[in-house]
Each structure stands twice: as C-alpha cells, then as structure tokens.
Write a protein that binds this ligand. Sequence first.
Ligand SMILES: CC(C)(COP(=O)(O)OP(=O)(O)OC[C@H]1O[C@@H](n2cnc3c(N)ncnc32)[C@H](O)[C@@H]1OP(=O)(O)O)[C@@H](O)C(=O)NCCC(=O)NCCS
Length: 290
Amino acid sequence: MEFRPLTDEDVAAPPAWLAAEADLRPDRWRDDCTRAIVGLEGGVPVAVGRIFPSRVHTSRFWTEIVVDPGRRRQGVGTDVAAELARLRPDDRPMCARGSLSSAAVLFARSLGARPYQTCPPEQVRTSSAASLAAQGGVVVVAGADVTLEELRRAWTDTYAWAHETWSPVADGFEEPLLAGFDADLDRTHTRVVADPAIRAAAFVFRDQPHPVLVAECRSRHQPDGLGLLRACVRASLLSLAADGTEEVIFDGHDTDPHFRPLLDELPATGEPFVLLEWGLTATVGPRRSP
Ligand SMILES: CC(C)(COP(=O)(O)OP(=O)(O)OC[C@H]1O[C@@H](n2cnc3c(N)ncnc32)[C@H](O)[C@@H]1OP(=O)(O)O)[C@@H](O)C(=O)NCCC(=O)NCCS
C-alpha cells in the first residue's frame, strides 16, 4: 500500500465509502503532531488515518483509522496503523477507545494495545434514585443556585485530579476543556454540595439520546465524599425524573474513588468501555498482502 498526506482536496471531495459526515482534516492541520494520511492501492484510496494529541491530555496520540468497508479484515488497518506510528514526531504512545466488543477495540488489541483505563456499564434509569439512601443533613443545591464561574472552577479542579494518575491534563487544559461547557451544562438538573465552594457535584450535560452525568468530589480526599456525592446524584436523578427523563448515561471511570462505589449502589446496564494504548512500532504486525 502507498501512503500520501491527506490534502484540502481530499477533505473537499472524500472517497465515496467515507460517511458523508466523516470529520476529515488535512495533514498537519494543527501542527507537526497532527498527521493525516490516505492509504492507496493502485492509486485508489482504501483507508484514511490520523493521529493527534488531545489539547486536554497531551501524553498520547489519539489514533483514528477508517478502512473502505469492502476492504476490511485484509490487513489494511494494520498497515495504516504502522504508517501512523512511523509518522509520530516522538515516541508518545498511540491510543484508541471504544466499547469492549467494538471493532475499534478488537483492532487495537490486535496491534498489541493494553487498557490504561476502563469504564463500567453506566446506563442508569432515573427511577433508580430510590436505590440511593437519603443523606440527612447534607444540603444539596441546583447548579442554577451557584455562579457559573464556581461551576467552571469545580469542573476543572475535579477533572484534573480524577485524570492525574492515568492521563494527566496538559498546561492550559482549562480553555479546551471548558469549550462548550456553558452551553452544554444543564444547571437546572445539576446538583452540588456547596458551602459556598463546591465540594461534590453531579454535573448534568445535555446530550442525545440521553443526558450525561459526571459525578465526583472536588478533591480526592473529601471527607465523607461518598455521602456527599450520593446526595448530589440522588437529587439530580430525582430532578431529571420529575422532568420526564427516564434514562441517563454516567461518564466515569473505574478509578474514580467516590463515583465508582456509588455506581455499585445503582442498577446500571450497558457495555464496559475501554481506553487502550500501544506504543512501539515493533508491536504492529508485519504487512500482509491484500
Ligand atoms: C477498525 C478498522 C479500522 C479495522 O480495519 P481492518 O483493515 O479491517 O483491520 P485489519 O484487517 O488490519 O485487522 C487486524 C486485526 O484486527 C482485528 N479486527 C479488526 N476488525 C475486527 C472486527 N470487526 N471484529 C473483530 N476483530 C477485528 C482482528 O484481529 C484482525 O485480524 P484478523 O482479520 O486476522 O482476524 C475497520 O474495521 C474500520 O474502518 N472500522 C470503522 C472505523 C473504526 O471503528 N475505526 C477504529 C478507530 S482506530
């Protein structure tokens, strides 16, 4: 297979097998760390791929590959992954994510990837609020009752410590992390413990098909963190249920010290989600003939 950089012309006129809504960017769209290529056989595009560090977490290269559906399971994706690994400007590992049984995860595993984070099943019915014990003496208020500035600060503080051991945030992560925060945050159903600084929160984000909830304490070492968080989550679920929302998706990790045990108190369904990394070109298999 031959490779060439993805161009503005490719972006304007993508191959017919790429979904119309595919998000294509030309090679080096941000800088020398953001690489995008096309894989060609006989001059015909059969795959696109790209690597890029997130602006929030810079320690790995996200890897995205799409192979022509008619050419899958023939080693094309493996060849693209190997080429992208070669194009890395440094030896930061590559990473991908998906549901446990997704093609993305099975493909990454075939490249030698190992999980660096896992997320449990996180679909929860709002009626499950009844499973959570009421927390006497814990005062919970709506996100609408605290300032947006305090909500933003609590979000960035919480996000930074919750990722610090497995995907540390980059300098200046606040700006990209907060892009869209004001518009997406549903302050009506968000619930926080605040005195007046927020100590624990169930942040509710508007999303389709279900709202997304992120629940954690502002500090890893919050005394009675589980109790404070239980009060926030219970109040958020009750508020959403009263508004007619039947189901939500939590967005937490198996390493979250307060959220993870709390989720065990709720009936949750869905498929586990996994984030995987692989680093060495040596782990990428040899090229195979088409
Ligand atoms: C995931 C994807 C890129 C794989 O491309 P591909 O050219 O089919 O991959 P390869 O032929 O190199 O597969 C290598 C190995 O990965 C695993 N694998 C790939 N696709 C798989 C699938 N759908 N189910 C199970 N295993 C799969 C297999 O172990 C396979 O080896 P095998 O065919 O000898 O069993 C392709 O299915 C695709 O474009 N999917 C849609 C977009 C996507 O999900 N991209 C993933 C983001 S990185």
